[in-house]
Design a protein around this ligand. Sequence first.
Ligand SMILES: Nc1ncnc2c1ncn2[C@@H]1O[C@H](COP(=O)(O)OP(=O)(O)OP(=O)(O)O)[C@@H](O)[C@H]1O
Length: 248
Amino acid sequence: MPGPILEARGLHKHFGHLHVLKGVDLLVQERELVFVIGPSGSGKSTLLRCLNRLEEPSAGSITVDGIDLLDRRTDINKARQRIGMVFQSFNLYPHMTALGNVALALRKVQGRGRAEAEARAREALDRVHLADRAGHYPGQLSGGQQQRVAIARAIALEPRVMLFDEPTSALDPELVGGVLAAMRELRESGMTMVVVSHEMGFARAAADRVIFMDGGRIVEQGPPAAIFGAPQEERTRAFIGQIERNHA
Ligand SMILES: Nc1ncnc2c1ncn2[C@@H]1O[C@H](COP(=O)(O)OP(=O)(O)OP(=O)(O)O)[C@@H](O)[C@H]1O
């Protein structure tokens, strides 16, 4: 049985007087896909951002692949290479091709030479089925394709875990499927993933575990069938009920 690849314990985050994370424990096993749901403002994004130290947790511990992320002696830039992140906005350089964007990450972050960076970038683009778009600029790609380039940029660095923060929220509905398919394939290739998203269909179909957060705490967690089909906590029931009414 593979062990936890990511282990966060007792995470708290304050923004001034605002107490956003109130003691979150999250263990993610290797190859697991954990899907985080919860109302707006419940702390989902903040949790993800703490997990790769885009935000500094106020208290708690985080280890990724055995590395203590909060230890002052840890080289955070090196540690971050083990954690890929995909955001709602794709953040591609508009003046660089898809290949250039992915290769740049390999050159800057990993110090690879141009030829090797480009070869690896091509492989990563191929994994999201964009090998034939390598020479296109972001402006020549759809939003869904741009997001897949962003995914390629992250996986090219060979992370041990990938964090997705609402990866399809900025996309037109017809483009969502392609990005979710790329995520699904990534999951099938054995990637460990933590996903914050409103795509409940994806959660039902692809998640190993669904976590419901409210008010900065994990209220309930379990397999998708249990969380969506038979939630135990009143707050989870109310949230799931609301989503279902919205989609009715
Ligand atoms: N940098 C920041 N400075 C101050 N407050 C912040 C900051 N980032 C987040 N917050 C606050 O923390 C709370 C939780 O925000 P967060 O984005 O984590 O929630 P969320 O569950 O991801 O919500 P949503 O689904 O709307 O994205 C909110 O009240 C938000 O305003």
